[in-house]
Design a binder for this molecule. Structure first.
Ligand code: SF4
Length: 192
């Protein structure tokens, strides 16, 4: 059974698929406790859903793109669930801090948001997303040897944008043109 906090239909607000209508499935729990976490729902209550029950829920939306998020989805082995959804024609994206890529390797797309920048994995993901504040030491990001997209996302003050961090990230991206800005479009639009 899957431990699910929330299921909702919205727009992807971050990364390569920004603006894409997507069904979000938020799993319970995380291996980390980041001070800037804006996904506090993952620590609250959850409900158990079987794969079939989740399919039934998401079939209520007219969309074939699913985003599995958390918390940290890779604390569970989700490959069977991902393949189950793919068999019904879903394109399955997973957002992960990189805890265990093997548990989500069946996904069509993996967004990797490392929290320990001293040990950034080079394999297992399709794009990188770094949460950056004006106090961040970004040398490890700049040294990253990859052709995959690298998104720089300004660290918020919980749910609201931090203007200093936004400005810092804009200047960082302008100074290093292989980086791309990601601004959590959904928060600016006021959607979930
Ligand atoms: S890894 Fe992500 S979900 Fe987990 S505590 Fe940090 S910000 Fe929150």
């Amino acid at each position: 059974m899957n431990k699910i906090v929330d299921i909702f239909y919205s727009l992807q607000g971050e990364g390569t698929f920004v603006g894409t209508p997507s069904i979000f499935i938020r799993f319970y729990g995380c291996n980390l406790e980041c001070s800037f976490c804006d996904d506090i729902k993952h620590t609250e209550s959850f409900e158990h859903f079987s794969n079939e029950e989740l399919l039934q829920k998401i079939q209520g939306f007219t969309c074939k793109q699913v985003v599995i998020t958390g918390g940290e989805p890779s604390i569970y082995n989700l490959n069977a669930f991902i393949e189950f959804l793919q068999a019904y024609g879903y394109f399955v994206c997973v957002e992960s801090n990189g805890f265990k890529f093997a548990n989500i390797q069946s996904a069509n797309w993996i967004t990797y948001s490392p929290k320990d920048w001293d040990t950034i994995a080079l394999k297992g993901c399709d794009e990188y997303k770094f949460i950056v504040s004006s106090a961040s030491k970004v040398d490890k990001i700049l040294a990253l040897q990859t052709n995959k997209p690298i998104f720089i996302q300004p660290q918020n003050d919980f749910l609201t944008a931090n203007a200093t961090n936004v400005k810092y990230c804009i200047e960082l991206v302008k100074a290093h043109s292989r980086l791309r800005l990601s601004v959590q479009l959904h928060k600016y639009l006021g959607v979930e």
